[in-house]
Design a protein around this ligand. Structure first.
Ligand SMILES: O=C(O)COP(=O)(O)O
Ligand SMILES: [Mg+2]
Length: 227
């Protein structure tokens, strides 16, 4: 097995519990367009495929998070509500969000040990900087990829392949760390090892069902897979 040189981290549900701010922004956007609001526990199961799909799920009110398309809702309404969501989230991107336990220390340890760290999220790229800056973790990372940075987002392997190319590392040297099946499916498709974290957002499903190489319930356990 090739030694690990590079860790690729997901953001929402992995490093940061962002649902409180995502839920406020979604509910504000829904109320702007006269639609019903939802509780945080419902919205938690809708996060994972980027902001536009989150808005579509809010508009359809479908609790089945695997539904990505809402044929009955017009594109105009989705576009308008998505713009309202971006407006509200931009105002409060990091008001109630929190870093999960042991994230800062573990990133700091991995970085100090010489591992290269990259961040690949499905959320729009413009929101990455304000979040990583607020939690003072931005200097640990060499590369940031958002859901709209490339043509495809996770579960496509494209963002992970892009990281390998940009950082000039092989997939076999990398470990993808995430809370969602989108992270694990992307890792499998990119021939990368993966860590599944149980505390984040995976549509209420067991992350272990997607066969990551490691399943951890605490972020600090990631350090245990390195020498
Ligand atoms: O914004 C989302 O839907 C998910 O974002 P993530 O890829 O950082 O978990
Ligand atoms: Mg996530």
């Amino acid at each position: 097995m090739q030694p690990i040189t590079t860790f690729i981290f997901d953001l929402d549900g992995t490093l940061v519990d962002s649902v409180p701010d995502l839920a406020s922004a979604l509910n504000n956007a829904l109320s702007d367009v006269g639609m019903a609001k939802f509780g945080e526990s419902t919205i938690r199961n809708w996060v994972g495929n980027g902001a536009r799909v989150l808005v579509e799920r809010g508009l359809s009110g479908k609790t089945d998070a695997n539904t990505q398309q809402c044929n009955s809702i017009s594109n105009e309404l989705i576009d308008h509500t998505f713009q309202r969501f971006l407006y509200h989230y931009d105002l409060n991107v990091c008001r109630a969000s929190t870093l999960y336990p042991h994230v800062y220390d573990t990133l700091s340890t991995l970085s100090r040990k010489g591992y290269t760290l990259a961040l690949v999220t499905n959320k729009p790229k413009k929101f990455i900087a304000p979040i990583v800056e607020a939690f003072k973790v931005e200097s640990f990372f060499s590369l940031f990829i958002g859901g709209d940075s490339l043509k495809e987002k996770k579960p496509s392997p494209l963002p992970l392949n892009h990281v390998c190319k940009t950082l000039n590392v092989k997939a076999s040297e990398c470990v993808m760390v995430g809370d969602s099946k989108n992270d694990i499916l992307a890792a499998h498709a990119a021939n990368m090892r993966s860590v599944g974290l149980t505390y984040g957002y995976n549509y209420g499903e067991d992350i272990g069902a997607h066969n990551p190489n490691w399943v951890f319930d605490d972020f600090s356990r990631i350090a245990s897979i390195t020498p």
